[in-house]
Design a protein around this ligand. Sequence first.
Ligand code: FCB
Length: 458
Amino acid sequence: MKELFPKDFAWGAATSAYQIEGAACQDGKGESVWDVFCRQPGRVYGGHTGDVACDHYHRFDEDFSIMESLGIRNYRFSFAWPRLLPEGTGAVNQKGLEFYDRLIDSMMAHGIMPHATLFHWDYPYALFCRGGWLNDDSPGWFAEYAELLARRYGDRVKNIFTLNEPQCFIGISCFDTFHAPGIKFPVKDCLAMAHNVMLAHGKSVQAIRASAPGAAIGYAPTGRYYHPASERPYDVEAAREATFDVNEGDWTFSVAWWSDPVILGRYPQKALEQLEPLMPKIKPGDMELISQPIDVYGQNIYNSAPVKAGGSGYEVVPYGPGHAKTGFSWPVTPECLYWAPKYLYERYKLPIVITENGLSAIDTVSLDGKVHDSSRIDYIQKHLLALARAAEDGVDLLGYFHWSLLDNFEWNSGYNERFGLVYVDFQTLERTPKDSAAYYSKVVESNGGSLSGTWGDL
Ligand code: FCB
């Protein structure tokens, strides 16, 4: 079997703290905005909370044994900020520090390499009460937290992502309101928060460099992606333009608003001009701080929309009737893992890690005790073949992390969406690796070689 990915490609699976840990009120952990949000009636599907989640806090060793048996040797997880700093800054919770020591040591004892995300949305409620990202001290708070983590865990954790998807924790949380804190702020305030978030990223990069020299540092945003409706050059150009286009009305979920400052050191010009009257004051030195050099560009990519060249540039093409979709009703578009990495690599010129990609499906345990999730196998196969094509074309790809290792708390959808390679029974907390886990395991073992097999070979 021909290997389809570079040697040393990091095959992994991803999770985040609030979605799997549970133990929300244990061992001195402070509250996060998600703890508070989940208790507000009507916010989360079925009134679900992350109080217990997958109980990974007590069962991580079992979860790492499963990963080891599958041969998945890279794990992207996140630290829960309020578990470590219950008030967000200041006093450190020793039991929190010790928990992550145990977690990291166990992972490594199972032969799994840690890839840590510092912040995956569970913002300390105490800091939210002090103005959260609107407070100009917030970049400093985040840098203090980053420094604590780098000092304590930098000897073992060599791959660090600063922030997960600012598009979500600002865009769909403070502008749209379906994620915590779920409060609508004026655009002017959202822009100020965004600027502070990017300053926080830059300051944390400096803190990590100082305390954990040698760590590879990345950023893990998401965005809206587009693929060309045909491979004719003008459609390819139209999809590239659409991918980085950003306007005053759609900046919150765009790629360029959140990545151009961080990588290129400047806000995208057109949207900046449109938004100028609402922009916070950009102080001298801000853009240099925001664009501290980083080592890898992480990107969470789930789907993309087709685009063709049109009268004034590009035109989004509607998906055809009956287009494939996931359990969440997200469109299935394997092209996203070819075109998005290609366009991102051309623009940002940094090695790329796919920090998340996956789907929710309507999974059930069959009478034979197994979970036959053929739609996930199909998704993995098609998306990874598209990614292999990007590697073949010369995109510098370092790794792929499937979202997710475990079925977990899918934010405002609660436990209603199952994204895991491993099924979790939320009554008994029993874990059952799905058929897709076995499939993915073969892909990992063969470095993509098994992807070209047909259903008969699966
Ligand atoms: C991403 C999030 C991740 C998970 C997946 C499905 O936006 O980063 O936590 O919820 O979507």
